[in-house]
Design a protein around this ligand. Structure first.
Ligand code: FES
Ligand SMILES: [Fe+2]
Length: 404
């Protein structure tokens, strides 16, 4: 049965006060990368439909506060980081990380008894740094713990982040993460077709799926696949690879594992971040955290070549439109995971409506220490027989399927 228009809106809209927005506000979201703030300590961000200002002050603390000064509306992205908080450049009102105004240079001087600043408060959300990423929580307090997912915390890993702004609704990106079968066509036939357009030989030879299965586990959905030629003892089938509910895909094997974080910017924009790690050999010197940011699409639908695995996924997401028209879909057995994921979203949003914590909420410090281990399959790459060289990326996708 196809999704109705009303159900589609309920599933996709994430602004303040919406059903799904209330669910997603119960989780921590990757709103930036510490490296970005090394270059410029103040950054405008849009998260879950809210325009905000992310900053690092002179003490090294992070804040995420409202977009505009409550005096006369100057953008706080032009603000000055102080020892504690961010100061508006126009008349110097100073806001702390909770958004509270704590200094008004002129007003404090001429009428200190009024304490006018006490009545001035911007939005302000908790922010924490982990593994080079900056996470924020936009929901009701007390905030749950920021989950210490293994790759963010484990020692002896080199890390990098590759960021792609994507002009479509977040759910299209997530649906792709519970859709294993697309690999055969999108990353095989279509990829080779796009390479042929560039005069290049076929380079992608994914195996066919024999069966697929999905299991709900404590932190999300394990997606399993059995490919032609694989025994049922293959960990592609016995373990699979996990979606961390609600917005993260974990992939790769130990030693070269990664996360794909999806940040819903608003209803029609998403930030996709590949968070990639590589285990250091004993004695190997650590590499500094690295990042890239690449804008492949603009809102006018720039034509992006489909010669690389991530681009192929991006093309599938973006070409469904800003918000996919789900009432016209015809779901089949391929979409078992998509149907399950939507069901989990709706069930957990209903839990939030009842005042309960949704799945995967971490409030027990013991659960979070030293980190939360996510199970992963180990041999998937061999099964896919990907022979493509991705020579023009800063990272080497030939060692790991990037977006499955
Ligand atoms: S506009 Fe910000 S202090 Fe006046
Ligand atoms: Fe994919």
């Amino acid at each position: 049965m196809a999704t109705t228009q009303e159900q589609n809106e309920r599933l996709t809209q994430i602004g303040p006060g919406t059903f799904m927005g209330n669910l997603l506000r119960r989780y921590w979201h990757p709103v930036g990368i510490t490296l970005e703030l090394d270059e410029n300590p103040v950054k405008a961000v849009r998260v879950l439909g809210e325009d905000l200002t992310l900053y690092r002050d002179k003490s090294g603390s992070y804040g995420l506060i409202g977009q505009r000064c409550l005096h006369r509306g100057v953008a706080m992205v032009r603000g000055i980081p102080e020892d504690c908080g961010l100061r508006c450049p126009y008349h110097g009102w100073l806001y702390d990380a909770t958004g509270q105004c704590i200094e008004q240079p002129f007003e404090d001087r001429v009428n200190p008894e009024a304490h006018y600043k006490d009545r001035i408060k911007l939005a302000g959300y908790p922010v924490q740094e982990l593994g080079g990423m900056i996470f924020a929580y936009l929901g009701p307090l007390p905030a749950p713990l920021l989950p210490r997912w293994d790759l963010l915390v484990e020692p002896d890993l080199d890390r990098e982040a590759n960021v792609f702004p994507i002009p479509c609704n977040w759910l299209q990106c997530m649906d792709n993460s519970v859709d294993p079968v697309h690999f055969e066509f999108l990353h095989g036939i279509f990829g080779n077709y796009e390479l042929a357009k560039q005069g290049k030989p076929p380079a992608m030879f994914p195996a066919k799926h024999v069966k697929i299965a999905f299991d709900v586990y404590k932190y999300g959905i394990m997606k399993r696949r059995l490919l032609e030629g694989e025994p049922e003892t293959s960990d592609d089938w016995t373990t699979g690879h996990p979606l961390i509910f609600p917005l993260t895909l974990a992939q790769g094997s130990k030693g070269a594992a990664s996360f794909q974080f999806r940040l819903p910017v608003d209803d029609t924009h998403t930030i996709q971040t590949f968070y990639r790690t590589k285990k250091r050999a004993p004695g190997e010197a650590p590499k500094p955290f690295a990042m890239t940011c690449e804008r492949l699409f603009d809102d006018d639908g720039a034509v992006v070549p489909g010669d690389k695995i991530p681009n192929q996924d991006f093309i599938a997401w973006v070409s469904q439109g800003p918000i996919s028209n789900r009432p016209m879909e015809h779901l089949t057995a391929i979409d078992t995971g998509v149907i399950l994921y939507h069901k989990l979203l709706l069930e957990n949003a209903a839990k939030v409506e009842k005042g309960e914590d949704p799945m995967g909420t971490v409030r027990d410090a013991a659960e979070n220490e030293p980190w939360i281990e996510i199970p992963r399959e180990d041999h998937a790459l061999a099964a896919f027989k990907i022979q493509r060289e991705f020579e023009d990326r800063t990272f080497d996708f030939s060692k790991e399927p990037a977006a499955r």
